[in-house]
Design a protein around this ligand. Structure first.
Ligand SMILES: [Zn+2]
Length: 465
């Protein structure tokens, strides 16, 4: 906990300064009086807290949160709630005490605060429901009312704040798994990773559930089905750079997603994308021999060939998954949608098979995709480089990318006016009944050594009709 403080005498001298609009003389006084580097930085970044009069310990994008005051407000409330599970209570409490920003707050949410609970979907690891959270999430302490100020804003402001409830299954130690997933959400602290607001418990099933931010357009796969035919390259690039940014934020925390596919990316207000399902998210330090997840879980088309062969899942394996997702965003189609996802596909992926389409992708984007899905993990770009490349493509007025986009559009125009796939409002194509896009146990033996397909360059693309 924060111990360093400014004494009353200093506070008295600076309390009336208009923080954020200091005169030269006042700035000089601050430099003279606040010698402690940490307090000095905090004062300059966030000013003084109205409540405790100390420089706030906030967050880089939030200058109103006072960690020490809000920590106290949380503690005062500990006696008023319980999840009924000591471990869960301790977990929530410890996060509340530490939180430096409203985005790091996790709450115990009584089930009766949730309305209109309806079934949404069943994924590889859990069932999700949609609900309305009457109160909305904590924004800050309101000094005037002496209670939490709440918000109902995500990428837009709602009258009835929608949330997703996620209940886990398939786990031996449900509580540990559950808490680990939530911890990953809070730790990553990225605006490109979906937020977890709290925990609730379904009184009928007695299952704990995560209460998470809701994404209107569902997952990226659903969004592509609904919107691909009207999407411009700029929107696709925007989606890609946001996913890459979220992945970078995950990797930057020393974590690996482990289950990176289109179903685990949510979409909101068109291009806003958020990574979710961090249930398998692990530190890079944890080797699978120490971990109960020695087995490979995943969606076959997105799993890197070295992982299919039984090697450790790494950050580079997440990048491989990104390559497949990027191809999907660029061409609209689910990878290997017309074939069964069985051992022969795993063998072919190790031999260098990658998704193919005759939908033209601008070369500079295709080159990035190819680097991501290289058979050699060391040749795949790191997430920060990947993010930079896509960010620059999205924001630059570089002529090359614009020319390539124009050329690609010309070629695709023929396709989009003749192929029934691309002519409707939504993408319509048949998926093989054995093409499986939810996470499952993948257990293949004796797969060949991964390699790139040397013929790849010559491939002209006749995959779809
Ligand atoms: Zn304070």
């Amino acid at each position: 906990m924060e111990k360093i403080k400014l004494n009353d005498e200093i506070i008295e001298q600076i309390k009336d300064f208009e923080w954020g609009n200091l005169t030269i003389k006042q700035s000089a006084i601050i430099e003279k009086l606040i010698l402690n580097e940490e307090l000095n930085r905090r004062y300059k970044d966030y000013g003084l807290c109205r409540e405790c009069k100390q420089p706030k310990a906030g967050h880089y994008y939030n200058n109103y949160w006072c960690q020490s005051c809000n920590s106290k407000h949380f503690q005062e409330d500990f006696k008023n709630w319980t999840s009924g599970n000591h471990e869960v209570d301790k977990f929530i409490q410890s996060l509340q005490i530490k939180s430096n920003d409203c985005s790091e707050v996790l709450e115990w949410i009584e089930y009766d605060k949730l309305e209109k609970v309806e079934y949404l979907a069943k994924g590889g690891f859990g069932i999700t429901y949609k609900a309305i959270w009457k109160d909305g999430y904590i924004l800050d302490w309101n000094l005037e009312n002496n209670q939490w100020e709440r918000s109902k804003k995500s990428s837009k402001t709602y009258e009835n704040y929608p949330v997703v409830l996620k209940c886990l299954h398939n786990s031996q130690d449900i509580t540990a798994e559950f808490l680990r997933e939530i911890e990953s959400h809070i730790k990553i602290e990225s605006i490109f990773v979906i937020r977890c607001h709290g925990i609730t418990k379904d009184p009928t099933s007695n299952n704990f559930m995560m209460v998470m931010e809701y994404a209107e357009n569902g997952n990226l796969r659903q969004h592509l089905n609904n919107s691909f035919n009207s999407m411009k390259w700029r929107e696709k690039l925007d989606i890609l750079r946001r996913i890459a940014n979220g992945l970078y934020d995950i990797h930057n925390q020393g974590l690996i997603h482990h289950d990176f596919h289109c179903g685990n990316i949510l979409n909101h207000n068109n291009n806003y994308t958020y990574i979710t399902d961090l249930g398998l998210c692990r530190s890079t330090n944890i080797k699978s021999s120490q971990d109960e997840y020695k087995k490979v879980y995943g969606v076959l088309p997105y799993v890197a060939p070295e992982v299919l062969r039984g090697k450790e899942y790494t950050q580079e394996s997440d990048i491989y998954g990104f390559g497949i997702i990027a191809y999907e965003v660029c061409t609209g189609l689910s990878p290997y949608h017309d074939i069964a996802h069985e051992v022969s596909l795993a063998i072919n992926i190790c031999r260098g098979l990658r998704p193919k389409s005759n939908y033209k992708i601008p070369q500079v984007i295709l080159n990035i995709i190819k680097q991501c899905w290289d058979a050699d993990p060391l040749k795949r770009p790191k997430a920060n480089k990947l993010h930079n490349l896509l960010y620059n493509l999205y924001y630059s007025s570089n002529h090359e990318i614009n020319n390539q986009i124009e050329q690609a559009d010309e070629i695709n125009e023929k396709l989009t006016t003749t192929s029934s796939l691309y002519t409707g409002i939504i993408l319509s194509y048949t998926i093989n009944s054995q093409a499986i896009y939810t996470s499952r146990l993948l257990d293949f033996k004796n797969l060949p050594e991964p390699k790139n397909d040397d013929e790849e360059e010559e491939y002209s693309g006749i995959y779809i009709v």
